[in-house]
Design a protein around this ligand. Sequence first.
Ligand SMILES: Nc1nc2c(ncn2[C@@H]2O[C@H](COP(=O)(O)OP(=O)(O)OP(=O)(O)O)[C@@H](O)[C@H]2O)c(=O)[nH]1
Length: 238
Amino acid sequence: MPDTPETRSFRLGVAGPVGTGKSSLIATVCRELATELRLGVITNDIYTDEDARLLRSAGVLDPERIRAVETGACPHTAIRDDVTPNLIAVEDLERDFAPLDVVLVESGGDNLTATFSPALVDAQIFVLDVAGGGDVARKGGPGIARADLLIVNKTDLAPYVGVDVEQMVKDAETARDGKPVIALSRTDPASIALLTAWVRSMAHVVRTGDHTPVDPGPMAPHSHIGENGEVITHVHTH
Ligand SMILES: Nc1nc2c(ncn2[C@@H]2O[C@H](COP(=O)(O)OP(=O)(O)OP(=O)(O)O)[C@@H](O)[C@H]2O)c(=O)[nH]1
């Protein structure tokens, strides 16, 4: 179905390495904003609908508004190269619950270089966590350097993993040339308020037509082991 101003939502991607807290962040956004904004969620998992089920069981949004895309072996392909299954899922959700204000699209947990195509989302959040090590923000990559928002997540764990959050945020800010960075923990209400303020303000900017989606750039060439043990190499050039 073609997009019309009435049915088109703000499509917000959430990407980042496995286990950095993407689903939890989406649950937090839903918990905080579901009474204020009309929300929907699309999850991407390789072989299951695990993330969608987890979010439904969190009870933060009408379960019907949370749908899963199973991506097959290469999770970033579904958010970067062949976004059709995700676009169909987003448009179905927008049609079934029209009008929606925001559809959050969670990528399958991947590596440091996976990013969304601007053909699928209007803006994207890249999620790191302190448990991945304090130096990870310095390693760069398209998501860290150019996502619309970078989250340094699970700051409550920093003392246990010996990470200096302030330094990690400084490193991230240096890598990002002034683009926003939020140090987040689900146990820190002030950090959650910063996140929801950002979502709210992006939703407004997108709605008023004052936002141009930016492509963070392609991911590096890499290989996966396929279901039958074969090596599958991907070279993403766009
Ligand atoms: N201490 C702490 N743990 C967190 C926080 N946010 C998420 N977690 C935990 O981190 C783990 C991974 O969180 P998820 O939200 O499932 O991470 P994900 O990035 O969606 O994971 P994949 O979809 O598998 O890539 C879970 O055990 C969460 O409970 C946080 O702010 N603090």
